[in-house]
Design a protein. Structure first.
Length: 176
C-alpha cells in the first residue's frame, strides 16, 4: 500500500503527514483475529475508528497535491488514494453479514427434506434408493452452506486473507 498510495511520490511538507495518515488508516482496516467482532457494538466501533482515520486522508491528499504539483502526479496520487478507499469499501460490504444458527439449521433441514423427498419419490416409483440420491443431498447442503459462509468473511470457513494488508503495513512502517 505504501508504494501504491502515491504518498511516496510526493515531495514537500505534507508528505510524511500523508504517509503517517495512510499507515494509521491501514492499521484500522485490520480485522481483529483474537476474539473477532462478536457484537453489533464492536462492529460499529470498528467502522467508526476506520472512518475517522479515512476522514483524515482526503484533506491531506488535497493539501499535498496543491499547486505547483504537476497534474499527472496529482491524478496519480488521488487515483491511488481512491483505489485504497474503494478496496476498503468492497471489503466492508462483505465483511459482516450476520448469519444465525437458525439459518444454518434451516439449510441442513432443507437438505434433509430434499433427501427425504427424493427417497420418497424413488420408493413410490418402485426404485431402490441409490447412492446418487445421497450425493445429491450432500452436494445441495454443501452449496447452501458455502453460499451462506461467503457472507461471513470474518468468522466462517472461508475467511478474508489479511496477509497483503499486514505486509503493506509492515512495509509502510519500515519506510519511516
Amino acid at each position: 500500500m505504501a508504494h501504491r498510495n502515491g504518498a511516496g511520490h510526493i515531495e514537500g511538507a505534507g508528505r510524511n503527514e500523508l504517509k503517517l495518515a495512510v499507515l494509521d488508516y491501514a492499521k484500522t482496516r485490520v480485522i481483529p483475529t483474537e476474539g473477532g467482532l462478536n457484537s453489533t457494538e464492536e462492529v460499529l466501533h470498528f467502522l467508526e475508528t476506520t472512518l475517522q482515520a479515512q476522514a483524515r486522508l482526503w484533506p491531506l491528499v488535497l493539501k499535498v497535491t496543491a499547486d505547483p504539483l504537476p497534474p499527472p502526479l496529482k491524478t496519480f496520487v488521488a487515483g491511488a488514494m481512491n483505489e485504497a478507499l474503494d478496496a476498503h469499501l468492497y471489503r466492508m460490504q462483505a465483511f459482516y453479514v450476520p448469519v444465525t444458527t437458525i439459518t444454518q439449521a434451516t439449510l441442513t433441514a432443507a437438505a434433509i427434506a430434499a433427501l427425504f423427498m427424493l427417497g420418497n419419490r424413488a420408493g413410490l416409483a418402485g426404485r431402490n434408493l441409490t447412492w446418487r440420491t445421497f450425493v445429491f443431498a450432500g452436494f445441495l447442503l454443501s452449496v447452501m452452506v458455502t453460499i451462506v459462509d461467503l457472507h461471513r468473511g470474518g468468522e466462517g470457513l472461508i475467511r478474508f486473507d489479511q496477509t497483503a494488508l499486514l505486509a503493506a503495513i509492515f512495509e509502510m512502517e519500515e519506510s519511516f
